[in-house]
Design a protein around this ligand. Structure first.
Ligand code: ADP
Length: 420
């Protein structure tokens, strides 16, 4: 009887021990599953991570595994999308700001930082500190109040920028997304284009009106007047020549501006350039009673230039000098070393240019005094500036009214290695 009791007791103890062991093993397994599920968002999962001594838990382990696979795929695609978005925002030329409900900047792309920040990032700053312009801030405020998209074009006179701001409500964070486009260049081009068209039509009107008046006069009887007819025909020829010259210069200007004129640059001695330009203009200067002189040291370094194009620049300048200098005057062409450049000068003793007009003479169609312009189109200096800039040079003028003018241009010298 006693033996039976002891046996039963031992069996009971074994059963209790086994149950306790299973209980703790199950606890461990549950803990592992709990930890695994908690970490699914951040960590990869493999079925080996979950205990295998409970075949009953295998379906649960499999379910967690497929959940983990889905989660990992979602994480990958989210991170790829984030990378793509970040790359897009970084490369965008438009500024993008994400602003929270209190007006604090949460995200700013490089273009936005470049537009508004003098140093460092805009993140963490308030919108009023960052944008510093009431119209820009007002656009954001309106978007916050109405929860509707707002758009505004703003002229920043301090920085001479023309911006367009678009504020879009950010429903998730009760804030706003601001898109800022810098339209300064586009607006400038539009102005140039508008001015150009109005200038061209204005310039065409005068010679066309003259041609019409001259032909009408001929039709009305002047044709039969042997004294008047050749005079009118001569004036028609002058107007047609002026129109032809304008068409040729406009075409040249548009070809240069659109980059269609390719320079054939070669080593060129400054004296060679000055002499060949002076030779071409000599007869015209003689006829105008002007003396043309060339002053150029022999030992100047060669420049890297397209001879016909640069000669065209000098011829334009000499042509003006001849046109605006009274008989008996002098036109001097010279060249001298100027750092890594050679500086060319065309100086005259003519009527000079008023100081108010001086900064504008290189603009297309700009003429100081149309009555004294001597039939010019106002395009010559504009063409000269483009050609000099295509040579990586600079052109400018100095003048005193009544005393004469000097036009300067600098052209880089040939690099020493290339001249040998
Ligand atoms: P244009 O064909 O009328 O000469 P440019 O572009 O060459 O056109 O010159 C623009 C204007 O600059 C001229 O109309 C003239 O008023 C002024 N200008 C240019 N060169 C001289 C100069 N050497 N002396 C006085 N005025 C000049």
């Amino acid at each position: 009887m006693n033996n039976l009791l002891i046996g039963a007791l031992i069996l009971l103890l074994i059963a209790l021990g086994w149950s306790l062991w299973r209980y703790f093993a199950l606890r461990r397994a549950v803990d592992t599953f709990t930890r695994t599920i908690q970490q699914l968002d951040t960590q990869a999962f493999s079925p080996e991570d979950t205990p295998t001594d409970f075949p009953e838990l295998e379906p649960l382990s499999n379910a967690i595994h497929s959940l983990a696979v889905t989660q990992a795929e979602r994480r990958n695609s989210e991170s790829a999308e984030r990378d793509r978005l970040e790359a897009t925002l970084n490369q965008m030329t438009d500024g993008v700001l994400i602003v929270d409900a209190l007006g604090r900047i949460q995200m700013a792309n490089p273009a936005a930082n470049e537009l508004f920040s003098e140093n460092g990032s805009l993140v963490g700053k308030t919108i009023s500190v960052a944008l510093r312009h009431h119209q820009l801030i007002e656009t954001w405020r309106k978007c916050q109040q109405t929860h509707e998209m707002q758009s505004e074009s703003v002229d920043l006179s301090a920085t001479r920028k023309f911006l367009q701001i678009i504020a879009i409500p950010d429903e998730h964070a009760s804030g706003a997304i601001l898109l800022i486009q810098d339209l300064t260049r586009i607006r400038r081009l539009e102005t140039v284009r508008r001015d150009f068209i109005s200038n061209v039509s204005h310039e065409l009107r005068t010679p066309l009106a003259s041609l019409k008046a001259l032909t009408e006069t001929l039709q009305e009887g002047a044709l039969d007047d042997p004294a008047a007819a050749p005079r009118f025909l001569g004036r028609i020829l002058i107007e047609v020549d002026a129109l032809t010259q304008m068409a040729a210069e406009l075409l040249e200007l548009s070809r240069i501006e659109s980059g269609q004129v390719l320079l054939a640059r070669k080593p060129l001695r400054p004296i060679q350039l000055l002499n060949s330009a002076a030779d071409r203009m000599k007869m015209q200067a003689d006829r105008a009673g002007l003396d043309v002189r060339v002053e150029c040291p022999e030992q100047l370094p060669p420049i890297n230039a397209d001879l016909p194009r640069l000669e065209q620049v000098l011829v334009n300048l000499i042509h003006n000098a001849v046109k605006f200098t009274p008989p008996g005057g002098e036109v001097t062409l010279s060249a001298q070393a100027d750092g890594a450049n050679v500086r060319f000068t065309v100086r005259d003793t003519g009527c000079g240019i008023p100081s108010d007009d001086l900064p504008r003479i290189f603009e297309r169609f700009y003429r100081v005094d149309r009555s004294r312009a001597g039939g010019g189109t106002g395009l010559g200096l504009s063409i000269a500036r483009h050609l000099v800039e295509a040579h990586a040079g600079k052109i400018w003028a100095e003048s005193r009214e009544g005393e004469g003018s000097a036009f300067y241009l600098t052209i880089p010298c040939m690099p020493i290695a290339e001249t040998k």
